[in-house]
Each structure stands twice: as C-alpha cells, then as structure tokens.
Design a protein around this ligand. Structure first.
Ligand SMILES: O=C([O-])CC(=O)C(=O)O
Ligand SMILES: [Mg+2]
Length: 544
C-alpha cells in the first residue's frame, strides 16, 4: 500500500481526529476512516484529560502527552493550555528530568533535529530536511548539564522539546515554527555509553577544538536558513556556556536561559522578597551555593538593583558570598578561579571558610540562594543558624528537578518557624504549618523565557540585551500586589502565564525600541501586534 504523504490523520499539525466535521470528512476523503460522531475540541479534551488522570506514574503521563502531541497538536496544546498547573510538572520539571534519564528506553518517535561531530560540513544541508516552512525559535542543548542531573548526552532532547512546548502554551509561538535541537558532542557518562538503548553517538565528549567549530557551524547554518530566528542555549555545562554566550550574544539573536532566564526570574523573586521583608537592598547579605551558569547569572542580575540604588559595582560585590565545593570563594584560597568566579571572589578574607555552614555562621545572611544541583545541601543546622539572625530569611532552593532542591518547602517553613520567604526551581505543594497554609513560589525561568523570546522574535530584535532581561524581571515582579507580597507570595500564579508572557513581551519590546534594538518598524500599538502573533489552539485556526 502506498502511503499518502499528506494524509491528514497522520499529520499532527492538521489532524483533528473526531473533530473533523462531515463536510471536511467528505472533502478530505476521510469518510469511513473515523467513528461517526463529530466531536468538539472540548469533548476531545475532556476525554484526553480523563485518560491523562488514569495513569499511575508521571512518566506514563509524560509519554501519553507527547504521543498525543504526535497525533493532534491542536488538541495537545488546547489540553495543556487549559490545564497548565496540572501538566506543567509533567511536560517540564520535575518529570521531564526523569524522561531525559530514560530517553533511550522510552523512545517512541523522533522530535527535533540532531547534529553530531561527523555531520561537520553538512549542517546547513541537513537543515533543509526539516519539514516545516519556517522556524521562529530554536532551543539547543548539548545535553552536557541537564537540569541538575549532569551529562545526559543526547538523552537531553527532552529539555528543548519541553521548553518549546512552553513557548507555545505560555507565549503563543506557533508550534510548527519551533525547533528543538541537540548538538551531539558525545557524553562522558559511562552508564549511557554502555546502555544498549542509548541513542546518541557512543564516544566521550569531543575536545574544545572540535566542539566550538561544530557549534559555530550550527549557528551559522541556522541563521543562514532562518535569518530572523532566535536561539536559546539550554543546559550547557559551565565550561562552555559562558564562552558561547560571550561569543554570540552580540553577533546573533540569542540568549542563554540558564544564565539570563534564571537570572531574570530570580531577580524578579528577589525584588518581591525585598518588598516583603521591607529592608533596602544595601542591607542584604546574600550567600550563594553554586557558582555555575545559574548562580552567576542570578548575581549579575541582582547587581542591577544595587546599580539603581546608586551603589557602585565594587561596593555591591561586598554583599555577595559565593560558596562552591571548596567553601567560600576567595582570591586567597589558592586555587585557579574561572573568570566568572573571580568577579565574585572575596578579597577581604584572611581566613578560609570551608563549608556552607561556616559561611552562614560568619556572614549571617539575609538570603541564601541554592543553585548547586546538590539535593539536601541546605541542612536543618544551616537554615536554623540563618533563621537565628534574621526575622524573615529569604530561602531560595532552586536546583532542579525536585530531588536536587537544596531543601524542600516543608523543611524551609519548619526550620524557620514559618518565617521564611521560600522559592524553589521545581514545584512544591502548599505546606500546612501551625495551622497556616504556605504557598511556595516557583522561581523557574519558565516565567521569563516565553515572553522574552516572543518579544525578541516579534520586534525582530538584533540582540537580547541586559536591559531587556531586567525589564522582563520587573514586569514579572509587578504581577504580585503589595498585599500579597507581605504574605510571602513572590511569584504570580502559573495559570496566568499567557497574560504574564504577553505583558513581558510588550514591555521588553518597548525597551528594545528604546535601545534601538528592534528592527521591525515601530507599530502603532505594540500590544495589538504581540497579540496578533500569538497562536491560540483551536480548529478554526487550522487550514482544513
Ligand atoms: O528547566 C528548568 O526547570 C529550569 C532550568 O532551566 C534548569 O534547571 O536548567
Ligand atoms: Mg535549563
């Protein structure tokens, strides 16, 4: 039997399944190929939701949703958009982490594109294989640092896929115009090299002399084929991510979500935490655990608050203490520091503090920010020590997925006797403590990247600037009212993500025009333009 390439029931971008009405069934030659009842999108969605809830594990729910997307994209995005709070922890952190770890075992069908070292020289030609007409956004990872889970190699594909689903549901990018990419530069994780189901190239990571030219060729090819595309770098290990961002941020339209997206979302949470504790920025003492992409990105963003308060960079740096696996990062501790660590290395310590507990005792921080990837590293002793000295301790346990969080929400509220302002990277359920309900904030870059990316794409920005990133943070912060902030709420509800992303996009575009970064002629109304570009999942928008 010859297959028909345009067979609509097998094409998720146009398939409506039982949603095809009788006229369409007639026209498209579908008569007899579907059960008789014509259903509305809502009826289909009700069934899909009941199927979703019938599974026993989150991994099964993840697989179900991705298979649904592979059958009927409109239904998938309709279901997801209407059930975001329920489904976000499945398509995104924490379940996506498990899905990546088991990517080879659970593989069913391919999504996105893969480019490996042996494709060097052919990447541009390979891009012509991508079936969609155009691409507005690419999320690219090399799988070298997936969430806090380490080097997963090609298994990391789940992350670009999940991030792009959020770009669609959260901001309104058109699903067929998104492209998830893995640059396969090998993996240093023995378990995967030996796993018979592993789907990537089976070799250790290639040296920098091959890695950088491979990424360079990929980017040159992408911008050659899709000149207006925005590229988001994602989950790339510390030894490469800063170099890539420095190299390309003023050359192409791109940003790094773990450095800049996380920086922006935590700046936003911090702005609201500062509102909540009602203590001016210069009185804060911030201890960071982890000096990787996220830690440095967050500190760089928070520096902007000092700048606005008229405090010099030099003075501002004295409010930051960074702790890594060797203890407090100082200029005098005797090891070679990366240039990112150097910026925040303390020069004023004649003694060594070897652990986070020692640092907390010494510094008496007002805020402790975990981006270490090490689950449980905020121990009871550390948090209790901190809580002795501050009325409302700011505790951000931001590593992903949930198992890597530095402490749980429940622990943070218990150990501070319900006084802390808490945020985590992956979701925690509300906590009952001493008769009160505490709703933990989710300080995850998901609040920022969809709107930021949409802004950059819609106004055809030349580059993504620091001012645009800070604007995104402030816009997000403004969604939480004063009265809410005082109760410890620092992030708005996730159910409002479309509205949030739209407003972030509008504000960031205004900033881009102000800075001369927007290349599209200025529209009469930015909001109208943004809204006109947003995909809404319904059958009226499809071509049949
Ligand atoms: O994916 C997330 O949930 C946030 C993020 O970028 C990371 O942890 O690397
Ligand atoms: Mg990430």
């Amino acid at each position: 039997m010859q297959s028909k390439p345009s067979f609509v029931l097998r094409n998720p971008s146009v398939n409506k399944g039982t949603g095809f009405n009788n006229e369409e069934r007639e026209k498209l030659g579908l008569k007899g190929l579907l059960p008789p009842k014509v259903e509305t999108l809502q009826e289909q969605s009700d069934r899909a939701l009941s199927q979703f809830t019938s599974f026993n594990t989150n991994l099964e729910r993840y697989i179900f949703l991705n298979c649904l997307r592979d059958r009927n994209e409109t239904l998938f995005y309709y279901l997801l958009s209407n059930n975001l709070e329920l489904m976000m922890p499945i398509i995104y952190t924490p379940t996506v982490g498990e899905a990546c770890q088991k990517f080879g075992n659970e593989f069913r069908f391919a999504q996105g594109m893969y480019f490996a070292s042996r494709d060097k020289g052919n990447i541009r030609a390979m891009m012509d294989n991508w079936p969609a007409d155009g691409v507005d956004i690419i999320v690219v990872s090399d799988g070298s640092r997936i969430l806090g889970l380490g080097d997963l190699g090609t298994n990391g594909m789940g992350i670009p896929v999940g991030k792009l689903q959020l770009y669609v549901a959260g901001a309104g990018f058109h699903p067929t115009r998104t492209l998830p990419v893995i640059i396969d530069s090998g993996t240093n994780t023995k378990k995967y090299l030996e796993d018979k189901y592993y789907l990537g190239e089976r070799h250790p990571r290639i040296p920098d002399s091959e890695y950088y030219p491979l990424v360079d060729e990929f980017l040159a090819a992408a911008y050659n084929k899709w000149p207006k595309v925005i590229v988001q770098f994602e989950d790339i290990s510390n030894d490469h991510c800063f170099t890539l961002l420095d190299e390309y941020r003023n050359k192409y339209l791109c940003f790094n979500d773990d450095i800049q997206g996380t920086g922006s979302v935590i700046l936003s949470g911090f702005i609201n935490a500062v509102r909540s504790v009602q203590k001016p920025i210069k009185e804060h003492r911030m201890v960071f655990l982890g000096a990787g992409s996220a830690g440095i990105g967050v500190a760089d963003c928070i520096m902007s608050l000092f700048d606005e308060a008229g405090i010099s960079k030099e003075e501002a740096r004295k409010s930051f203490w960074f702790v890594d696996s060797k203890g407090l990062i100082t200029t005098t501790r005797g090891d070679e520091l990366t240039s990112q660590k150097k910026q925040y290395a303390r020069e004023d310590y004649t003694y060594q503090l070897k652990s986070l507990l020692e640092v907390v005792r010494d510094v008496k921080p007002t805020a402790i920010i975990g981006l270490s990837g090490i689950g449980g590293s905020f121990t009871q002793e550390i948090i209790e020590e901190m809580a002795k000295h501050v009325e409302k301790p700011i505790v951000f346990a931001l590593s992903n997925p949930t198992t890597n969080a530095e402490c749980t929400a429940e622990q943070a509220y218990q150990w501070t006797d319900g006084r802390c302002i808490f945020a985590s990277g992956s979701p925690f359920k509300p906590v009952e403590y001493k008769g009160k309900t505490f709703v933990p904030g989710q300080g995850n870059n998901m609040y920022i990247f969809p709107g930021l990316g949409l802004a950059a794409s819609v106004c055809e920005a030349k580059h993504v600037t620091d001012a645009m990133i800070i604007t995104a943070a402030k816009t997000l912060a403004s969604f939480v009212e004063d009265s809410e902030v005082l109760t410890g709420k620092i992030y708005p509800g996730l159910q409002h993500i479309r509205e949030i992303s739209t407003r972030i996009a509008v504000k960031v575009i205004e900033k881009a025009y102000e800075e001369g970064m927007a290349q599209l002629p200025r529209p009469a109304c930015i909001e109208t333009l943004v809204k006109s570009r947003q995909y809404i999942p319904n059958y009226e928008n499809s071509n049949n």
